[in-house]
Ligand binder design. Structure first.
Ligand code: AMP
Length: 432
């Protein structure tokens, strides 16, 4: 038997109803905030992620699905390609490629699969889905404003409320601008020098290549040492400090609770200033539902001829669905009516009726049976199994009378309904 590859999974009904519910809800929220959908390719040139996400990050160093293109054309040959591990770099690439600075402030969202070769466990997959949002544009249209950071964070809380996730925590930090980071990195290096020998192998490597990443370390034995390290807040320059204060002031004014977490540096190198994560207790070890932050220098790092500050987030949709209180059963639509052809030649009549019902009311869910069942009992069993509200019997007598037996399955009540009134009658009980 051929099975799905490790770390990938099939999403099956009824669970897909939950996924669709989430996606329909977030689309509504994005529309209300004037965000528009962008769809970028699921593979890009490897260089984009190396430059955009950072060579030293776990994602680029260990987790990417990368291959060399086998194309015959000279332009393809040997090109290194990668399945996208995240979507900000791709969206910023598209922003630059299509010169979208001419459009003013861009507010994008996107929904789709990402790929990382991580060790699979509950809530962590090699193909997973993210819901992304990004605000990006030239500084002249306010892309740098703390109002945008606060708007993005407020949007997230509305989105979580609408899909029905309570009990989240917003962890917030400012990682400063690149100059602050240089000073902070130096201070970290100096502080790590005498103690790093006692830390894990990853920290020993990071202490040299990218000391900021040491703050990400989850190894329990390293935590007491990490607690003694310098804090980023001591290194923020005046502009970054003021920016962060303003973000917090707006959050306070609109009533969004947050927790400051100075160790929150996030796994991607491009973040500047505001960095955040939303966590949810019910998720266990993989408790981050979403993360994001500001990336003011990313567009220029990727070759933009002019600055394009931005801020965004990525929700782990798999984890969002895992933490929903709603069940697939509660959101999956069941058939309003099961049409049961009874006797030879009745498939034709049933097909006609199904077509009429489906076309007269687009909200009706109509399931069509099969005359080969012969016995009505079999149709009743099928209708019951799929949770249909009504069964509609299509036999020779009904066709002659042009009125049909409609039975409500839960109450057993049966009425004869003229053809012209069927759709209305079925929809009525349902509110459809
Ligand atoms: P990141 O792009 O690393 O900031 O991740 C943003 C969000 O994507 C995280 O908070 C997770 O909810 C989700 N996520 C990241 N990696 C995975 C994965 N391997 N499997 C499932 N969800 C993931």
């Amino acid at each position: 038997m051929i099975k799905a590859v490790r770390g990938t999974r099939d999403l099956l009904p009824p669970d897909t109803a939950l996924w669709n519910f989430v996606e329909a809800t977030v689309r509504d929220v994005f529309r209300a905030y004037n965000f528009h959908e962008i769809r970028t390719p699921i593979f890009e040139s490897t260089e984009l992620f190396a430059r955009g996400v950072g060579e030293e990050t776990d994602i680029v160093a260990k987790e990417m699905f990368t291959w060399e293109d086998r194309g015959r054309a000279e332009s393809d040959k040997g090109q290194s390609l990668t399945l996208r591990p995240e979507n900000t770099a791709g969206i910023v690439r598209a922003y630059i490629e299509h010169k979208m600075w001419d459009r003013g402030l861009n507010k994008f969202f996107s929904i789709g699969p990402m790929f990382r070769r991580e060790r699979p466990q509950k809530g962590r997959y090699r193909q997973f889905f993210q819901i992304d949002a990004e605000i990006i544009g030239p500084p002249s249209v306010g892309s740098e404003s703390p109002a945008r950071d606060a708007e993005i964070l407020e949007l997230v809380t509305t989105l979580l409320d609408r899909v029905g996730i309570a009990g989240w925590t917003l962890e917030l930090n400012s990682v400063g601008c690149p100059a602050d980071r240089v000073k902070f990195n130096e201070a970290l290096r100096a502080a790590l020098h005498p103690v790093v020998g006692k830390m894990c192998a990853d920290c020993q490597r990071r202490a040299i290549t990218n000391p900021l990443r040491v703050l990400d370390c989850k190894v329990p034995e390293d935590q007491p040492i990490i607690e003694t390290l310098p804090r980023i807040s001591q290194f923020l320059d005046e502009a970054c400090r003021t920016h962060f204060e303003q973000v917090k002031e707006i959050l306070n004014a609109v009533g969004i609770p947050y927790t400051l977490n100075e160790r929150l540096v996030r796994g991607l190198d491009y973040y500047t200033r505001t960095a955040f994560e939303f966590t949810h207790g019910a998720l266990g070890a993989q408790n981050a539902i979403l993360g994001g932050g500001r990336y003011d220098g990313l567009a220029e790092a990727l070759g933009s001829p002019q600055p394009a500050p931005g801020i965004g987030f990525a929700i782990g949709e798999d984890r969002l669905v895992l933490s929903l209180a709603a069940t697939a059963e509660s959101v999956q639509r069941k058939p309003d009516v099961y049409i049961a052809p009874l006797g030879a030649g009745m498939d034709r009549e049933a097909a006609k009726l199904a077509r009429e019902l489906r076309r007269s009311n687009k909200d009706l869910v109509v399931e069509l049976g099969d005359e080969s069942f012969r016995k009505l009992k079999k149709s009743f069993e099928a209708a019951d199994k799929m949770g249909a509200r009504y069964i509609l019997i299509v036999g020779e007598n009904e066709v002659k009378a042009d009125a049909f037996a409609l039975k409500h399955l839960a109450t057993g009540q049966q009425v004869t309904v003229p053809r012209a009134e069927l759709a209305k009658r079925i929809a009525h009980a349902n509110g459809a």
